[in-house]
Design a protein around this ligand. Structure first.
Ligand code: NAP
Ligand code: G4F
Length: 343
């Protein structure tokens, strides 16, 4: 029989890759989206899958809507990717972030418990829960120390999944995913902010420097297209569990800038330090990167690096796209878009 999967947050970066993956596996896919006044389906169109997904209204804050969805469709699998996912915004909208990313997951768990107890839930947990890291590299048993309202609310959701599995037998699993990027990444996140700006510098559409915050923060960056397969695998296990998905490598934001800059053929020289640090194009003498303290965060997560040993062992997880390949993939895609006028 055809399996059914619901994907919340289907209009986001991971939602598109996951929906495509599930369609290729033969699933009937319900895409859950929230109504807005502007078109949010562009990524699904770019993936070429919009007409193959059954789109349904969904909002993390609307319990009645969530209950109705489970009552009507009782999907085999539910992937909860919907979230206010931008860490920086979570200090400006801490209450909304907590309602959506924390309480929203409790609504889903309650609805499953009441109306669809056979549904398997994948919860999009995050390395932000490790925050001020208590151990390096981070594993499934590293103590949590979230550093933002986003991290705190995701941690609440994470423990709610563990608790509903233990208390009520709900099949609720979490992937503690480290940063993963792609050409479909939102432009507010640092990797895509860098590649979209460098694409405009490269094509001569701007001469303005790229303004960044803390360039010394370190992240374990992988490719979204690889990570969504792990979400699916996590739900195919015999029992609910938690898995770290990461590459096991970490790089600074500055290294990401350098890699992208190199791919564009720019030779970059760093001058100054702290808030006065700039990146100069050695050929033109122009400043192409500078620091703007506006992008610093009230509390920073300085360094993340995951140990995905458990996923390697139990899910056959392998890193397919390296850091260098990821940078190249993202800048190449943005240069193409810049040339076509679709950036
Ligand atoms: P994303 O591109 O920001 O997508 C978020 C999705 O959530 C969008 O479809 C958005 O809809 C939807 N959404 C936001 N608020 C909602 C609400 N109140 N009700 C219903 N839908 C709502 O995020 P992503 O990078 O694909 O990440 C997917 C999930 O993984 C998120 O939960 C994120 O927190 C988590 N995560 C991401 C990473 C990463 O590095 N990417 C790492 C660990 C965990 P609109 O299109 O309408 O805005
Ligand atoms: O790209 P970011 O905004 O991602 P962040 O905060 O690591 O969060 C992402 O990954 C999490 C997993 O660890 C997800 F749960 C979450 O949903 C999201 O997908 O920032 C990365 C780093 C930070 O240290 C930030 O301070 O880049 C630093 N940064 C420096 N300048 C900047 C900037 N970040 C942004 N967004 N913009 C800047 O100008």
């Amino acid at each position: 029989m055809t399996k059914t999967a619901m994907v919340s947050g289907v209009t986001g970066q991971d939602g598109g890759y996951l929906a495509k993956f599930l369609l290729e596996k033969g699933y009937r896919v319900f895409g859950l989206y929230r109504r807005g006044s502007t078109d949010t389906f562009s990524k699904l169109r770019e993936h070429g899958i919009l007409d193959r997904i059954e789109m349904l209204d969904f909002d993390l804050l609307e319990f009645s809507n969530i209950c109705r969805l489970f009552k009507r469709y009782a999907p085999d699998e539910f992937y909860n990717l919907a979230a206010q996912s931008f860490v920086a915004a979570s200090w400006e909208e801490p209450i909304y972030t907590t309602q959506a990313d924390g309480m929203g997951v409790l609504y889903i768990l309650e609805a499953i418990r009441e109306f669809s107890p056979k549904t398997r839930l994948y919860q999009a947990s995050t390395s932000e829960m490790f925050g001020k890291v208590q151990e390096t590299p981070q594993t499934e048993s590293t103590p949590f120390y979230p550093r933002s309202p986003y991290g705190i609310s995701k941690l609440m959701a994470h423990w709610a999944c563990v608790n509903y599995s233990e208390s009520f037998g709900v099949f609720a699993s979490s992937g503690i995913l480290f940063n993963h990027e792609s050409p479909m990444r939102g432009k507010e996140f640092v990797t895509r902010k860098i590649t979209s700006h460098f694409a405009r510098l490269f094509t001569g559409q701007t001469e303005e420097p790229l303004e960044l915050g803390n360039m010394n923060a370190m992240r374990d960056w992988g490719f979204s297209g690889d990570y969504v397969e792990m979400m699916w695998k996590i739900l195919q296990q015999d029992k609910p569990d938690t898995y770290v998905i990461a590459t096991g490598e970490t790089h600074t934001i500055k290294e990401f800038v350098e890699e992208v800059s190199k791919r564009c053929g720019f030779e970059l020289r760093w001058e100054g330090s702290g808030v006065n640090e700039i990146g100069v194009n050695t050929k033109t003498g122009k400043t192409i990167v500078k620091v703007n303290p506006k992008f610093y965060r009230p509390a920073e997560v300085d360094m993340l690096i995951g140990n995905p040993e458990k996923a390697r062992r139990e899910l056959s997880w392998k890193v397919k796209v390296t850091f260098k390949e990821l940078c190249a993939m993202m800048i190449d895609a943005d240069i193409e878009r810049a040339k076509k006028g679709t950036l």
